[in-house]
Design a protein. Sequence first.
Length: 496
Amino acid sequence: MEEPRGILIKGGKVVNEDCSVISDVYIENGKIVEVGLNLQIPGGVRVIDATGKLVIPGGIDTHTHMELAFMGTKAVDDFYIGTKAALAGGTTMILDFVIPQRGKSLLEAYDSWRQTADPKVCCDYSLHVAVTWWSDQVKKEMQKVTKERGVNSFKMFMAYKNVFMLEDSELYAAFSQCKEIGAIAQVHAENGDLIAEGAKKMLSLGITGPEGHELCRPEEVEAEATQRAITIAHAVNCPLYVVHVMSKSAAKVVSNARREGRVVFGEPIAAGLGTDGTHCWHKDWGHAAGFVMGPPLRPDPSTPGYLMDLLANDDLSVTGTDNCTFSVCQKALGKDDFTKIPNGVNGVEDRMSVIWEKGVHSGKMDENRFVAVTSSNAAKIFNFYPQKGRIAKNSDADVVVWDPKMKRKISAKTHHQAVDYNIFEGMECHGVTVITISRGKVVYEDGQLKVSPGSGRFIPRKPFSEFVYKRIKQRDQVGTPTAVIREPYKGEVISL
Ligand code: URP
Ligand code: ZN
Ligand code: ZN
Ligand code: ZN
């Protein structure tokens, strides 16, 4: 069928992060051309009736690992299946992580990620880059990747000892370089030394199952690293973004730091907001292993509600999924030793519904905050707002028609992801994607996907995001300590 020359979404409630208004939205050539009532629209246009529905910016998932080679195997959602599933759930952009092996070039890893992703993605995407080792070469490549490849965020691991973990002095150097080049420092905040010791202890106690994963790295292991990262970032006046905040203790650390004025952002993920770690104690090994990720989902069942409260109140800022999926037979690499269970869970397809259900339907946040935490804040922090994250004239036409009253039940039987289970299995969610528009085209409608691999584009991002760096720059100007002017000491000095 021939593509219409444009799309008019009529009669819906347009929801941005700061206001909601009944309005029409006209889309042409991949862009939002006009937002308003009684628009003068040419013929040959497709009209979508959105009466009674919300018209929201497409979701932005800040944290995915499509087809990541990790812990001896490869994540089953590749860039094609993963982005298809994202679109079905109302997410129109993902930010994935380039993770170079220790000792390997950041630039080469970045280029290889682009080669893999570009021909497969069905929605727009961008890339964070991980700093998994430290050297002068890495320092130089961080600058090159920022200047020439459109990256403005670097993830540093405080866990995965001897694999990806950096020492404190290396974190200091990497954060300093982020600050120099205008990037955002991201951390996986867990104390890798304590995890290594804890794992040995659990195994020596005969605890080999999935519960050992959480027992060897309890909440304080995450909270301590979170505080340490904030302290190091503050020492160099570098903005900090804590990925996958999974515990009440770590979330409190982020929240306190924000109240003390630190430029720090916390990212809870769909898994942490929608389910908990009690599943890791399940008698069925496969079921329990399905919930293993790092930092762990916490067995304290009040955790998801607490994280949602903080997200609603701006103590936490933005949501991702850490979508890194391994089917049960892959998880089974660790059937006799929990340290060998590939870490990761699903979320890219269900994030929007889970956050609507647990956040908006529950009354914790309104529809505007929902938009803030599912798209706008991500676009602001990572510097592509209002290109994305807003329904406005000239913004990209990544738009979702959302039915807040419709319900759906999440299940692996019906999801579009490649993984053979779903951590949200059976969850009833209000808030359903009715239509997804990506780059100005209807790609999901009436439960049907109409996508083609490679139709998404890489979105380059510039450094020095104003949303993040305005305060940092001003503090540099007014907050640099100065020496006390005094007469030289003229008294006696002992001889050594
Ligand atoms: O369990 C997780 N989180 N797997 C992906 C790697 C990471 O640390 O984000
Ligand atoms: Zn991580
Ligand atoms: Zn369970
Ligand atoms: Zn991750």
